[in-house]
Design a protein around this ligand. Structure first.
Ligand code: TYM
Length: 330
């Protein structure tokens, strides 16, 4: 079976962007592939240096993933910092990454802008660590949202560079989504930015939102005024349609697309309908996550078993990397 890796940072509650960019693919992939999914706790330290909520956040990400349909019997579910092999390969890989290419990464430039007082070296080498997360398991497919596409390209570059300098070891991983393109769910504020954890609370729908909150947020979602039949949909309407495709029936979606094309669309009705369908979709996930999160004994057991499997596979890769580099003295 092909190997799959993907990670989520424990930096807050999971939202629809995480679900539709990543988790939804995880759930399908677990049936077909050998999947390694992890909580990227080291990664969260680059932007959330006061990890007072780290424990809770890590448990919650695990709980929300399982509540969404990930089966710990089918996938290897673990926490990044439980795999020290990643740290060693990261050290080795850092010598193959150039300052110039790291400084040019858009996500790094964003962070420089967003947190000018904390431009730490971990931010700069973030794509190296992320590449190692993937390469150490020798993954070929990586389910992620569009925002991670460039990081995947870097992972391929680092893999190639290692292979050509030291010898063939890493397959080149590809970003993956069922359907053609990587997904980018937009914030509900209509300004075109991606939905994110740090976003204005009202523009992001969380898997933990209560029913009324979900309805209220969707009711307030911005739909660019106008929308001319025959012209492409405004981005904000397109975004709602995309979200709708995920939670509503195909007939409902088609109804609103037709209404748009006929010029008879009523955004209020559409948002009410979407609110109801979203409640149906999120409520069971939310409730399962709540009870799972309280069962820390169970979650710890999953983490521990996952770490053992992930470490065993990572250790093999690391051993080969050491050997190829010449770091095998005994
Ligand atoms: P993170 O924690 O920001 O997001 C987790 C996943 O959710 C996707 N995502 C979105 N997809 C569509 N629309 C959105 N608005 C949206 N917001 C988030 C992300 O693309 C991601 O798939 N660097 C990664 C974590 C990571 C990782 C890895 C991923 C670390 N190592 C190795 C894959 C493989 C990140 O910050 O994701």
């Amino acid at each position: 079976k092909e190997i799959v890796v993907s990670g989520i940072r424990p930096t807050g509650y999971l939202h629809l962007g995480n679900y539709f960019g990543a988790i939804r693919n995880y759930i399908r992939m677990q049936e077909e592939f050998n999947c390694y999914f992890f909580v990227a706790d080291w990664h969260s330290l680059t932007t959330h240096p006061n990890p007072k909520d780290l424990q809770t956040n890590v448990m919650r990400v695990l709980a929300e993933n399982i509540a969404s349909g990930l089966d710990p019997e089918k996938v290897t579910l673990y926490v990044q910092s439980d795999i020290p092999e990643i740290a060693e390969l990261y050290l080795l890989m850092n010598t193959l990454a150039y300052m110039g290419e790291l400084e040019k990464v858009p996500t790094f430039k964003d962070k420089v802008r967003l947190q000018p007082d904390n431009v730490n070296a971990g931010l700069l080498t973030y794509p190296v660590l992320m590449s190692v997360d993937i390469l150490i398991q020798r993954a070929v497919k990586v389910p992620v949202g569009k925002d991670q596409g460039q990081h995947l390209e870097m992972a391929r570059n680092f893999a190639q560079r290692f292979n050509s300098r030291y010898g063939e070891l890493f397959p080149e991983p590809e970003a993956f989504n069922y359907g053609d393109n990587l997904v980018r769910i937009l914030s509900l504020d209509g300004k075109g930015g991606k939905m994110s954890k740090s976003e204005n609370e009202m523009s992001t729908i969380y898997l933990s939102d209560e029913d009324d909150k979900i309805r209220q947020k969707l009711k307030k979602a911005q739909t660019a005024s106008g929308g001319v039949p025959g012209e492409p949909m405004p981005e904000s309407v397109q975004n709602l349609i995309e979200i709708m495709k995920l939670v509503s029936t195909p007939d409902t979606v088609q109804f609103y697309i037709d209404a748009y094309n006929a010029g008879t669309i009523r955004y209020g009705d559409m948002k009410t309908q979407l609110g109801e369908d979203m409640v149906q979709f999120i409520a069971p996930i939310r409730e399962r996550a709540k009870s799972l999160q309280e069962d820390t004994t169970y979650l710890r057991k999953i983490m521990k078993e996952g770490a053992e499997k992930a470490r065993a596979n990572a250790a093999q890769t690391l051993q080969q990397a050491r050997k190829l580099i010449g770091l095998n003295y005994y």
